[in-house]
Ligand binder design. Sequence first.
Ligand code: AMP
Ligand code: GLY
Length: 432
Amino acid sequence: MKYNVLLLGSGGREHALAWKISRSFVLGKFYALPGNPGINSLAEGVDGSVGDFDLILRTVVEKDIDIVVCGPEDPLVNGLKDFLMSSPEVRKDLLFVGPGRDGAALEGSKDFAKEFMARHGIPTAAYRTFTSDMKDEAYAFLRTLRPPYVVKADGLAAGKGVIISPTLKEAEESLDHIFGGQFGAAGAKVVIEEYLDGVEVSFFALTDGHRYLLLPEAKDYKRVGDGDTGLNTGGMGSVSPVPFCTPEFVDKVRNRIIEPTVRGLESEGMDYRGFIFFGLMNCGGDPYVIEYNVRMGDPETESVMLRIDSDLLAHMAAAARGDLSQERIQVSDKSAVTCIVVSGGYPGKYAKGCEITGIDGLDGLTVFHAGTAVRDGRLVTSGGRVLAVAATAYDMGAAREEVYSGIDRVSFEGAAHRSDIAVDMINWPAGR
Ligand code: AMP
Ligand code: GLY
């Protein structure tokens, strides 16, 4: 069986997924909506937006798509799977990688995710949820906590809905801002939770609703500056594997977090088929869930894809069909390092349309496009995060050297990147 694939999305994550899918033995025709210049060198691009469900439906029908792979969360949270699967025009055997609206609430509502974890005994920070008519109770709850204070808008806020404040006064102000409409409807409810002190790590499972495959874990680098300083970004780099994820730690993650999550989804009748991203905090050797995402991570995917040796499209098709029992994932022993090249000024204001040169002929490196476009036949920048430069090697130090030996050959006006991706992990635990 060969699958005609429609990949939704246009970022570095999707280019990494496309790169992996393009190597599959079960790939038929390959389309991407909308894709980007990197993705579209592997898949035929379909112009449009992932929010245009009618266009996605027409594409599925016209291109005779067998499997839809959804990169970003928004279409999932907005019910794309339910919409496609209930359409009379769609073949009954269409496969879809990603949860329906019910399962996607794990990411779409932090309150829902916290209640789910409470119901299933999954370790996470203590919390309470407040609506805007409960401001006084929210202030009172804040006063029972110790600093720093963690205040979160309930809904999707493009990754910006979490505010960590060092003082009670600032926490109260962020509460006022969220209830005052800073994040629109996403802030109709607020989750206030205990601060977890530890080191973050991202785990990924691909589930068929009953079983799951564990993908390689990864760590991302969120802040713009070296030494984890400066503003938060969509991600400046990633590594995989993560040195503190020993077999003992991974067992705890499986037993305390992944398995109860999959069993919980199953027992609540959600029929979740797709990726689950567990944003975890390692607190003294014990994992706690910070958040669930219902998709792969960016820029973790860029490192994770380089470490999967088995056929991911075959795994995804089996998961979407509801039966992973015959699938075995093979993970490479190599380490992967990814560094993101960003536009000057990012995550603040930055220029677009700068010509990019030097991305061809980078031996040993894999370059994924994140924010690029073609204008008048030239490759130009079109976003804050422009390219992901990645490499693998038998040790992380060597992978890191590969990345940094080639990254400066990629050039455009204002190009910037962090120079310390992977250093803390290479020096672990001495680096801590
Ligand atoms: P989220 O959008 O839920 O991923 O949160 C953004 C970031 O805030 C996380 O990646 C963590 O670095 C941090 N964070 C969220 N919740 C907590 C918590 N309870 N304790 C400590 N840090 C947190
Ligand atoms: N790297 C974090 C995320 O994708 O949400």
